[in-house]
Each structure stands twice: as C-alpha cells, then as structure tokens.
Design a protein around this ligand. Structure first.
Ligand code: SF4
Length: 203
C-alpha cells in the first residue's frame, strides 16, 4: 500500500453527522484542504488554498481515527476529490470503517466509497460521471431560484435509490425553510435536511 502520500488535513474530529441520510450517526470527519469551486456563500473559505494545512500521511490519519469508536468516516473539504483518495479509502476499509464522502462532484472520482453525497454547485458543475454514483443528492438552497436548479439537476440522476435533500444555506435558513417546507409538500420526492449539528452546538 502506498500510504506515504501526504494529504492536507484542515481539521479532523469525531462528532455526530448532522446532515442527510446519516444524520444522528456518530462519524469521524476528515476535512481536506483545497477547493476550486468558489461558492460565494461558502462558510469554510479557509479550506480553499491547497497549502497551509497540516500534512498527514494515510497511516497518521487512520491512527487518529482508530483512537475513537468510529464506524463511519466522512471525508469532506474543501473539495476532497482534488486529491486521489484511493490509498486513504483502502486503508480505512482495511480497518472495517465505512467510507463516506461529501463532494461537489467537480473532479473525477477516486477512492472506494460506501456512501457518496453529491452536492452540486452552480459555480463549478459536477462531472456527468458522478451523478450515476451518488447515494444522496444534497442541494444547498441559498435563494428561491435554487428549487428550479435542484429539479433540473436531479434529471441527471438515473438511480432510483438516490435520496434527494434540500438544505438551507445556514445564513438564509429563516427565509428558506418555510419555502422549502412548501416545496417539499408539493414535491415529496425531496426531503429536508437540517444542519442538526449546528443546533446541537457540536462541530
Ligand atoms: S464546494 Fe464546499 S468548500 Fe468549496 S467553495 Fe463550495 S461550499 Fe466551499
């Protein structure tokens, strides 16, 4: 295993997954540095540069995770697919950990995943190939025009098992959740995702 490659790790922590289908489950998060998507409302802009983050080997990352009781590991960013994640996911799976990723889909897939959350962004659209792999599709709602974008985007998904979530951008939540409630009542193939970790005041 070529596990000596270094990955820029912005932060890593054991917490509760707050969003989507696995909300409420304990999960170890690894936030990788680097993102070229450029969402204007991004709340982790400090993740954008590739440089300046703690460089960790796959072995170091896995050792940190194994200090805890985690069953699920969520690789997020930044945009984690800026990096080749084959070695990391192989090492996680060799420890019987479930591998989850949260991605904009703007870069080619690497790694072996148990759960892929695709969160498309208008600022740099996903590659077509990732729509076929997504287990859940998470649309961030920043303004009302995002409902139309969401409906257009899910037409690209073939799998009948993919789950569709709408989640308000945090600063717009008071404005958007009432609109989202009406939208989901009229379009019940969607579900609402709430950032429960923020209400629980955990990372
Ligand atoms: S893809 Fe994620 S990390 Fe990158 S700019 Fe958008 S919200 Fe921020």
């Amino acid at each position: 295993m070529t596990s000596q490659a270094l990955l820029p790790v912005m932060e890593h922590f054991y917490t509760i997954q707050g969003e989507g289908a696995y909300a409420g489950n304990a999960a170890y998060f690894v936030r990788l540095g680097g993102c070229d998507v450029g969402c204007t409302w991004c709340d982790v802009k400090e993740s954008w540069p590739l440089q300046g983050h703690n460089l960790m080997s796959v072995n170091q990352i896995v050792s940190e995770i194994l200090k805890f009781n985690a069953k699920i590991v969520v690789i997020t960013g930044g945009e984690p697919l800026l990096h080749n994640l084959d070695d990391l996911t192989m090492a996680l799976k060799s420890q019987n950990l479930l591998t989850h990723i949260e991605t904009s889909g703007a870069h080619p897939i690497s790694g072996c995943w148990d759960w892929i959350t695709l969160s498309p962004k208008k600022f740099k659209m996903p590659l077509q190939s990732i729509y076929d792999l997504a287990n859940e599709f998470k649309m961030i709602v920043f303004n009302a025009s995002d409902f139309k974008f969401a409906e257009t985007e899910i037409k690209k998904i073939q799998s009948k098992n993919c789950k569709y979530y709408l989640q308000a951008e945090w600063s717009k939540r008071d404005l958007m959740y009432p609109l989202m409630t009406d939208f989901v009542k009229n379009n019940p193939h969607w579900q609402i995702s709430v950032q429960t970790h923020k209400y629980l005041n955990i990372p």
